[in-house]
Design a protein around this ligand. Structure first.
Ligand code: S3P
Length: 414
């Protein structure tokens, strides 16, 4: 079904988390406009409140009075949010005392050793279930900077170490195998921190104070990807997505869609609170298959479910590889995609680090399991819209993790 229209998307999830965290660490009162109002960001706000931040809301605007974080008196529940768990661990490492953290049924099975190990090298200590999972206790205090080579490209690990590095004595240097989203680096600089990037290495000297700021959160490109793929795959569609974060480390999916033949342009690009923001214009047409691999994977990791949907409507064989990180997201997204597509009548190949899709596929209606993963739910809803089939989604409420109002907003287009 073709679509036309103009949309404003909810605030960027990654930037919203970081605005509250840096606000809580900064001296003074930070003002946050346009925050995503979702369960994940709520988990971050509650964690920071437990750590002593004074957070308030006046109309649509949030305030964070920072600078006084302390040992928490109750358990931090990161809910479904990996970003909350990993980044708040870095903050707790710099606080004198013990913090206990847990999460929901998905988060308690996601890897935490990737932040525990380097934080231990900096001087924090941990007691964790099976030595690597939540629930865990973090003993923070005096930290020393380290030089750390990450084995996976992860913005959560990098950001965790930068937040710990802000409080540590000396230089903290973090090197990634390929560049992941750089919102923490940008926002730290926006809050006045001295932080530098060279190639895939970021360096921060501690201890440093940061200063409160007024911050405007742009629209989330990961949310924009759903209507963007719908418009790209449905001929004669034309959609404008307003005020979206155009940070190059986040819009890998646009490069892929262009490579597949989509007509996508940017308008009104401008700098806002340390990020580039602008409008995305997508026109529908015939799509061709592509290969998605290597260094571009971290820059579109959250968009792979919806890119897999785009591949279903493209001519030829699309290969997605080097994406084994998908297996440790909110659910194992490779197997959730393969199972869902198969149950709608598609033949796709599952690989250890990705999947292969032979398009164009023809779908019959059916039902899919989301495994309560928001991006799986939204990807299959868009598939049902493009293919004009009925797809029953077992858990529709899980979209509230990143995109409250998703279903009704999509109705305004079709
Ligand atoms: C995020 C980083 C990514 C991404 C997640 C948000 C962030 O996770 O998948 O949705 O805000 O830093 P990894 O760092 O585990 O790749």
């Amino acid at each position: 079904m073709k679509i036309t229209g103009e949309l404003r998307l909810p605030g960027d999830k990654s930037i919203s988390h970081r605005a509250f965290m840096l606000g809580a660490l900064a001296r003074g009162t930070t003002i946050v406009h346009g925050s995503l109002e979702s369960k994940d960001v709520q988990s971050t706000r509650q964690a920071l409140q437990i750590l002593g931040a004074d957070i308030g809301k006046h109309g649509d605007v949030w305030t964070v009075a920072g600078g006084n974080l302390r040992e928490p008196a109750s358990v931090i529940d990161a809910g479904n949010s990996g970003t909350t768990a990993r980044l708040i661990s870095g903050i707790c490492a710099g606080i004198d005392g013990v913090a206990v953290m847990t999460g929901d049924g998905s988060l308690v099975n996601r890897p935490m050793a990737r932040v525990m190990r380097p934080l231990e090298m900096m001087g924090a200590s941990f007691l964790a279930r099976k030595n690597r999972f939540l629930p865990m206790a973090i003993k923070g205090g005096k930290l020393a900077g380290i030089s750390y080579d990450m084995d996976v490209a992860s913005a959560q690990v990098k950001s965790c170490l930068l937040l710990a590095g802000l409080k540590a004595e000396g230089f903290t240097k973090v090197k990634e195998p390929s560049r992941s989203r750089d919102h923490s680096e940008r926002m730290l600089a926006f809050f006045g921190a001295n932080v530098s990037t060279e190639g895939n290495t970021v360096e921060i000297e501690g201890p440093q104070e940061i200063e409160a700021r007024e911050i405007f959160v742009p629209g989330d490109p990961s949310s924009a990807a759903f209507p963007a793929v719908w418009a790209a795959a449905a001929r004669e569609s034309e959609v404008v997505l307003r005020d979206i974060c155009l940070n190059p480390t986040r819009i890998g999916f646009i490069n892929v869609l262009r490579r597949m033949g989509a007509d996508i342009s940017f308008e009104n690009a401008r700098g806002v609170s340390g990020e580039t923001v602008g409008d995305i214009l997508v026109k529908g047409g015939a799509l061709q298959a592509t290969t998605i691999e290597g260094d571009e994977i971290p820059r579109l990791i959250d968009e792979i479910p919806i890119l897999a949907v785009a591949a279903c409507f493209a001519q030829g064989t699309t290969v997605i590889r080097d994406a084994s990180e998908l297996r440790v997201k909110e659910t194992d997204r490779i197997s959730a995609l393969v199972n869902g597509l198969a149950s709608l009548g598609a033949h796709v190949e599952e690989k250890s680090d990705g999947l292969v899709i032979h398009g164009p596929l023809h779908f019959h209606g059916g039902s899919i399991r989301t495994y309560s993963d928001h991006r799986i739910a939204m990807a299959f809803h868009i598939l049902s819209k493009i293919s004009d089939t009925d797809v029953a989604i077992d858990d529709r409420d899980c979209v509230d993790i990143s995109f409250p109002g998703f279903f009704s907003l999509m109705e305004t287009l079709g």
